[in-house]
Write a protein that binds this ligand. Structure first.
Ligand code: ACO
Length: 368
């Protein structure tokens, strides 16, 4: 059975920064309150021209470059997002088209902030089963579009960004070692975007009542999160036959500094073994774990051969953890790939297919 290695990674965050002081000009809050209760100082907010796919494409191309893999080598694209581009089609299909992953199947996976753990596990399972060799997992968000900027209890928390991993099959041991996934739908109402789906389709009334925004019972989510983060980490480590002493880094979902500190206490681990960057990005939902991991690698904290645990929680309620050995790119002799070139050719290919469909439609009409 092949092993599923994380061989490429890329992140993308929008340039515009929204600080706590900026938010204090919009709602009744202040920098001190936000920092004390959450650890957040600032977050990135997507420009009007940026979407989950825009950020996701940039992160994906960087991940392909690190893995030295061409888009056509990818057989599966899983995009996970709490702020997808549309209900359908899947954001994964938009990304697949824009990067030119012409041989890949693509779908979205919805597990809120736990999505990246679920998606990485699903991609790893597909690789380990032998059905595919190369997969791309993307967590991407423009959650700022679903935040009620008049609600001080939620608008301080969220930010935009994307992170992507390439996973590849190899006979060399390492990569994803174990994973646990959990859900408890009885807590669905504690964190919900009530309108815009089939239960409460968009109407003037739903818009007027602000039901297209994130609604959250912060205290309940906080209690749930502090309970499950440590538990899920332990479970995944047990499954891997490892203990906290065997692990170099814990990469938690970046929702709140206090939640991470409570998990560290539960696990009896020093907080400096936890990667934390919630201060600069806020909660980027499905993108928070890959962004934290990538920054830690780029800073030289995570090194090849390190054992790491990704652990997260989110709406659903969902939670989970994944243990992996960070092995880095596979040593395969091949010419360096240039993803930017692929992006150009992908655009031409996409337009050619669109024009082809129009011509095909014209002939089909004549035949009827
Ligand atoms: N600025 C100033 N005061 C505020 C603010 C604010 N931004 N927000 C709330 N307050 C006030 C409240 O009105 C309340 O005032 P009152 O005592 O007069 O009623 C007081 O501060 C305390 O409010 P609490 O809600 O009790 O504050 P708490 O300490 O619980 O912190 C927070 C709130 C930060 C939201 C916390 O509960 C939390 O982090 N929860 C977890 C949220 C989370 O992680 N969500 C993401 C899940 S992942 C996903 O799937 C998207």
């Amino acid at each position: 059975m092949p092993f599923a290695h994380i061989t490429g990674w890329g992140m993308s965050v929008p340039e515009p920064v929204l600080t706590n002081e900026d938010i204090a000009k919009i709602v009744d809050t202040n920098d001190e309150w936000i920092r004390e209760r959450t650890g957040i100082r600032e977050r990135r907010i997507a420009r009007e021209t940026e979407f989950p796919s825009t950020l996701g494409v940039e992160a994906s191309l960087k991940a392909l470059e690190v893995a030295n893999l061409a888009p056509k080598d990818i057989e599966l694209v899983i995009c996970t997002s709490s702020s997808p581009e549309y209900i359908f089609p899947a954001t994964a299909c938009v990304i697949q088209d824009e990067i030119g992953a012409s041989k890949a199947g693509a779908f979205d996976l919805l597990a809120a902030c736990t999505g990246f753990i679920y998606a990485t596990n699903m991609a790893a399972q597909a690789i380990r089963s032998g059905s595919i060799k190369n997969a791309l997992v993307v967590g991407t968000e423009t959650l700022s579009r679903f935040v009620n900027w008049k609600d001080r209890s939620t608008c301080i928390l969220f930010g935009d960004g994307a992170g992507a991993f390439v996973l590849q099959a190899s006979e060399k041991p390492g990569g994803v070692i174990s994973s646990v996934m959990h859900s408890d739908g009885s807590g669905a109402n504690s964190l919900i975007l009530p309108a815009g789906g089939a239960r409460l389709p968009a109407t003037e009334a739903t818009v007027h009542e602000g039901k297209h925004y994130i609604h959250m019972d912060g205290k309940e989510v906080f209690r749930f999160a502090t309970r499950v983060m440590g538990q899920a980490t332990r479970e995944a480590l047990d499954l891997a036959g490892l203990t906290t002493d065997d692990v170099q880094w814990i990469i938690p979902h970046q929702a709140n500094y206090r939640i991470i500190a409570t998990a560290a206490k539960y696990l009896k681990m020093p907080l400096d073994k936890f990667v934390i960057n919630v201060d600069r990005y806020g909660n980027t939902s499905t993108a928070s774990i890959p962004i934290a991991a990538i920054e830690a690698f780029q800073k030289g904290q995570i090194k090849n051969g390190d054992k790491v645990v990704f652990v997260g929680f989110g709406a659903g309620l969902t939670w989970g953890a994944l243990v992996a050995e960070w092995t880095g790119p596979l040593a395969v002799a091949r010419k360096p790939v240039h993803p930017e070139r692929y992006r150009f050719f992908a655009r031409i290919r996409s337009w050619a297919r669109r024009i082809g469909r129009i011509i095909e439609g014209l002939f089909a009409r004549k035949e009827l």
